[in-house]
Design a binder for this molecule. Structure first.
Ligand code: PLP
Length: 400
């Protein structure tokens, strides 16, 4: 008799609220033991105790567990919980967001294929598309976000379209609704990196995306202490993505997967606080005399506000801005801040601040950065869940 069950589709339906699914879905429960939370299956290999009985499923969901790079119950719990939150049929976890992106894209593209992508990408994704893929015979054409959002792109000849739902670090919002419709009509998959939006602010699959990608290192982990990636897709793509993950060695280790699983349980509570704090800070900065420009999807005056309202249910925890004095003023402000640590990455409970030209987008040439709208003095903040009054006071003092 099967004693283990994953609490997921069987007992939870999509009508349950986000936080209910976040807490309850996907947990690996063994009736013989009565564990409430999923254990960390810290094992590299598995033996099959009952070769004659139907074994528990693995990552192709139909073979016994064998080796953790193939699949592991802790990873599977994380994948099932994530899938229920992002409304995807299937999901796989990865050792990092880049693992999720490279494995998913390579699962579909082969030599001679062409991919169309937005230009405003996370730096390493841009490098993957413009340096690595061409070196193995896959061409990537790049268009600016605004051109993509105009809908005026010809999809003939492309095997897929790639975008980020809220772009890093300029926070432009991609019209996934429109691109989902266009790609479905053209019969090609839409890949969406929704790291900034998270499953709380957007479910790209509901807007027509075939692949949803996340750096789980960020909001999903939520505590700046892991590296993790997640990909969600239709069941028909499972075998291909799983095959690439296994081949490229991009599976996460069970401890990282456990921390991702734990992070997901509070994603809704944390995102509510991130959304609220960032919106307040964006408004504060907009009114400050030393601030030249604020980029935040929720601001009425922001160029992408209307698209954001149609595509997102919350505007997120990221705020970017430029000071009137440019780079020197930004450095000076960063030194005076008490609560915002000067560090790259994002999505943790603590507030961080970085200059993307020196960190996340350092791999780009100065000309590529200019094209992507990343001034040397552009500041990107990951607003944490601290009390917003304290964060605003900190900024007030640092800005002088
Ligand atoms: C939007 C976005 N996608 C993907 C990545 C890559 O994620 P990871 O660092 O987990 O590989 C990052 C990292 O900063 C990111 O910001």
């Amino acid at each position: 008799m099967l004693m283990v069950k994953y609490l997921s589709r069987v007992s939870l339906i999509m009508n349950d609220g986000f936080n209910t699914r976040a807490v309850q879905s996907g947990e690996f429960r063994d009736k013989r033991i009565g564990n409430v939370t999923t254990p960390i299956f810290e094992t590299s290999t598995f033996y099959n105790p009952n070769p004659n009985e139907s074994a528990y499923t693995d990552h192709t969901r139909n073979k016994p567990y064998m080796y953790t790079r193939w699949g592991n119950p802790t990873l599977e719990s994380l994948e099932r919980k994530y899938a229920s939150l992002d409304a995807v049929e299937e999901s796989l976890s990865f050792s990092s967001g880049m693992g999720a992106i490279t494995s998913s894209v390579l699962s579909l593209l082969k030599k001679g294929d062409r991919l169309l992508s937005v230009k405003e990408l996370y730096g390493e994704t841009f490098v993957f598309f413009t340096r690595y893929l061409p070196s193995i015979g896959i061409d990537v054409d790049i268009v600016k976000l605004d051109e993509m959002n105009s809908g005026n792109v010809n999809l003939n000849g492309y095997v897929g379209l790639y975008t980020e739902s809220v772009v890093n670090p300029t926070l432009g919002v991609c019209d996934i609704q429109l691109l989902g419709k266009m790609t479905n009509e053209a019969g090609i998959p839409l890949f969406v990196d929704a790291t900034f939006a998270t499953p709380y602010n957007q479910n790209p699959s509901k807007l027509g995306a075939a692949f949803t990608l996340h750096s789980g290192t960020k909001y999903i982990g939520g505590h700046s202490d892991i590296l993790l990636g997640l990909a969600g897709f239709e069941r028909k793509n499972m075998e291909a993505v799983w095959g690439k993950r296994k081949l490229l060695g991009a599976s996460p280790d069970p401890i990282q997967a456990y921390l991702g699983l734990r992070g997901l349980k509070t994603l809704g509570l944390r995102m509510k606080a991130h959304n609220e704090n960032a919106f307040e800070i964006a408004k504060f900065l907009s009114d400050h005399k030393r601030v030249a420009k604020v980029l935040y999807p929720g601001l009425e005056g922001f160029a992408y506000n209307k698209i954001a309202k149609r595509n997102l249910t919350g505007f997120g925890g990221m705020v970017s801005f430029e000071l009137a004095g440019g780079l020197n003023s930004a450095r000076d402000m960063a030194k005076k801040l008490r609560l915002f640590s000067y560090a790259p990455s994002l999505g943790g409970v603590e507030s961080l601040l970085t200059l993307p030209a020196e960190t996340s987008h350092l791999s780009l040439t100065p000309a590529e950065r200019k094209e992507a709208g990343i001034a040397d003095g552009l500041v990107r903040m990951s607003v944490g869940i601290e009390n917003k009054e304290d964060l605003i006071e900190d900024l007030k003092i640092a800005l002088g």
